[in-house]
Write a protein that binds this ligand. Structure first.
Ligand SMILES: Nc1ncnc2c1ncn2[C@@H]1O[C@H](COP(=O)(O)OP(=O)(O)OP(=O)(O)O)[C@@H](O)[C@H]1O
Length: 288
């Protein structure tokens, strides 16, 4: 089963279009949603949360088509927004009192445990909290109602490296229960190198790929060689290309093809997710 299914979803704004995007978030795994600034990650996540209504397409969450009239499916979701969705003038404890009654599964002991682990001051006003503290508070609230699906929009932005690593460990613990699923968006792709099973990549409102991370890393290849090897046709083999006075570095999405083209005349390197995102977003920009 898929925890989330997105079929042919489109959404237009004045200067932007999310175009006919379809992908699945498999149950029991961590899926990373990556893409440069403005690619459409938050638009997709807000569409799943019913906060943005797509112009067309269908979305199902945990087997149910979502419906703006019925918000009960959200009880099963732990949502961490990239914006402050809480009332600034309240303390953390006061905000928790508002949020907790929405969840029949609310676990006060678990909430207190997270407040303690994250060293969060319950009596501090939200407006007096740092960005990292607000994110930690969001995570505490999201996990304290035992959600089956955790949806996080840029959760690691604003977190120091120590807590970022702790958060990733916490997510790994949460996913140990095979009924749980995580979808999280980030442009810090190193987080995904560590924990993601699947990767969905959007660029300028278009889906580039959505598949198992290992398959992506097996298929893409970086090629480094001398400029004399490049001509117009060869350039078209690359998703993105960086050329210098003497050489080039290019990303191919077809490992077998470039190896058969270049043989031993070049050097090969498996790209990181960051390199795949960089070359795809930049295309054939020249650096001479
Ligand atoms: N309510 C809105 N009205 C008009 N344009 C919008 C609105 N919401 C988003 N956009 C535009 O849609 C595009 C995609 O935005 P979105 O927030 O989904 O991107 P993102 O991938 O999450 O980016 P980032 O990594 O910077 O958070 C952007 O060009 C943004 O300006």
């Amino acid at each position: 089963m898929n925890a989330v299914e997105i079929r042919n979803v489109s959404k237009s704004y004045k200067n932007y279009k999310l175009s006919n995007v379809s992908f699945q978030v498999p149950n029991g795994y961590i899926t990373g949603l990556i893409g440069p600034n403005g690619a459409g990650k938050s638009t997709i996540i807000k569409s799943i949360m019913g906060m943005v209504i797509p112009d067309q397409g269908d979305i199902s969450v945990l087997g149910q088509p979502i419906d703006s009239e019925r918000a009960d499916y959200k009880e099963q979701i732990g949502y961490i927004s990239d914006e402050n969705i809480y009332y600034d003038y309240l303390t953390l404890a006061e905000m928790k009192k508002i949020v907790a009654p929405f969840y029949s599964n609310w676990d006060e002991d678990l909430y207190l445990k997270y407040m303690d682990i994250f060293e969060l001051p319950a009596r501090k006003k939200i407006k007096e909290c740092s960005k990292g503290m607000k994110t930690k508070f969001s995570i505490a609230l999201a996990l304290s109602h035992h959600p089956k699906l955790l949806i996080m929009d840029e959760p690691t932005a604003g977190l120091d490296p120590v807590f970022r690593r702790e958060l990733l460990e916490l997510l790994a613990d949460y996913i140990l229960d095979e009924r749980n699923t995580i979808l999280f968006s980030t442009h810090l792709t190193t987080d995904l190198d560590r924990v993601a099973d699947y990767v969905t990549f959007v660029n300028r409102g278009q889906l580039v790929f959505s598949e198992a991370k290992d398959e992506v890393l097996d298929r893409y290849l970086i090629v480094k060689g001398g400029r004399e090897l490049l001509d117009g046709d060869i350039r078209k083999e690359f998703v993105g290309l960086r050329e210098t006075g003497v050489g080039f570095e290019g990303l191919s999405r077809d490992r077998d093809r470039v190896v058969s083209l270049f043989g031993n005349d070049v050097m090969y390197q498996t790209p990181t997710l960051e390199e795949i995102m960089y070359y795809t977003a930049k295309g054939g920009i020249k650096h001479v």
